[in-house]
Design a protein around this ligand. Structure first.
Ligand code: GLN
Length: 396
């Protein structure tokens, strides 16, 4: 059978191709050369499949999308407390290059506007500008699953037009939240923005972030789970700059845009999406990119507030036998799933002495569910039941 998904993506591109509003920014002389009709979409599932349509293998600079993984790296290097001292987690409601610092502390509002991204860049531990950019590039390569390079021409053009970022960096230094010299930070930040990626690379990166930091293709953990969650939370509230509120209202996918016209979207537990098309709207977000995301969200019901009630399906089957009562569990158990199981246990098993709890069809049990289930199994035994736990993968 041929999957219907690529055809669906082709159709979306066709529907959005006529949207020719917006402009290509002129600040960076290399970006200004972009083909305005360049257009691609890629969708990469947490199951490891990738679907594409349009220009998905041509390269462009990652730009502000690099702010997400750089934040992840800085969070891992320094821990959340140290990071909160230099950058807050509030949406700014301002445009991407606004000089928006918190009046009381001097901190940038969040890691995804330029002021925050400059402060975050400086927090990545390194002995030199090159080393810092190299560490950031390496993390992007790991998630993309291939070698990516820094585009020198874009980097130079970026530096030739970086007066505003230079100004912001000096201001950050003045208020004491810049962990390195302004010139070095601006140079390194421009370097991270100049990493060359394709639409396919961005969807692959997004799929790792959607999968809690684990590569869907290799199964390797590439980002700490808590770090991944923090970055996604910031993307949900701040990723689309001053368009963030209406974005999460209508599209509902944590996202990040870049000035080269790409947008990545990460729907936790489901998919990573990337769209690229260079013409930008007044918020600095790709016009066609936004339109594609709106359609994907609507057609495929990808809004993050559209969730399934995993709790109900935690119990796969119950077998009441002469000698024992067997409860078979399944799926990924989190609080709601464990609660369903515990609620069943509280009803008791009249006339039965032996209870079997079967975890063979369970894939994962999170910390909260494990605590709740272990405590409940202990209590069942206290109530006089003989409890046999079938847990060959040691999930408990
Ligand atoms: N390099 C760009 C800048 O700092 C990135 C901005 C963006 O992608 N929105 O101005």
């Amino acid at each position: 059978m041929k999957s219907p998904i690529p055809e669906y993506l082709e159709r979306i591109l066709l529907e959005c191709r006529d949207l020719d509003g917006g402009t290509i920014p002129e600040g960076n002389s290399e970006l200004a050369k972009a083909d305005p009709d360049f257009f691609g979409v890629a969708l990469s599932s947490v199951g490891g499949s990738i679907y594409t349509a349009g220009d998905v293998d041509d390269l462009f600079s990652i730009q502000s999308i690099s702010k997400t993984l750089t934040y992840a790296l800085a969070l891992d290097d320094n821990g959340i407390e140290a990071m909160l001292r230099v950058v807050d987690t509030e949406p700014s409601g301002d445009s991407f290059n606004e000089i928006s610092l918190e009046p009381e502390t001097g901190r940038p509002r969040n890691a995804l506007i330029n002021a925050g991204a400059l402060a975050v860049h400086a927090m990545v531990k390194a002995d030199s500008v090159e080393h810092r950019v190299e560490r950031i590039r390496a993390l992007h390569c790991a998630l993309a699953g291939r070698e990516l390079s820094v585009d020198r021409a874009v980097h130079e053009a970026e530096l030739a037009a970086d007066d505003r970022n230079t100004g912001i960096a000096h201001l950050l230094k003045a208020v004491g939240v810049l962990g390195a010299e302004p010139a070095d930070v601006v140079e390194g930040y421009a370097g991270q923005c100049s990493i060359s990626v394709s639409c396919r690379d961005l969807a692959t990166i997004a799929s790792v972030m959607a999968n809690g930091g684990i590569s869907p293709t290799t199964g390797e953990r590439l980002l700490d789970a808590a770090t991944d969650r923090r970055v996604l939370a910031t993307m949900a509230t701040c990723g689309m700059y001053d368009g963030s509120g209406s974005w999460i209202f209508t599209v509902g996918i944590p996202a990040k845009s870049g000035v080269a016209g790409a947008i990545i979207g990460v729907l936790p537990g489901q998919v990573g999406v990337a769209v690229v098309s260079p013409r930008l709207n007044a918020h600095g977000n790709s016009v066609r990119g936004v339109a594609v995301f709106e359609r994907l969200s609507r057609d495929l019901e990808l809004h993050m507030m559209h969730v399934s009630s995993t709790g109900q399906s935690a119990i796969r089957a119950m077998h009441d036998r002469e000698e024992s009562y067997r409860v078979e569990l399944q799926g990924d158990l989190r609080f709601a799933g464990a609660e369903t199981v515990v609620a069943r246990f509280t009803e008791g098993f009249p006339g039965r002495r032996m209870i079997e709890v079967d975890f063979r069809h369970v894939r994962e049990v999170d910390e909260a569910a494990r605590g709740l289930l272990n405590e409940s199994l202990f209590r069942l035994r206290e109530d006089g039941y003989e409890v046999d736990v079938i847990d060959p993968n040691a999930l408990l």
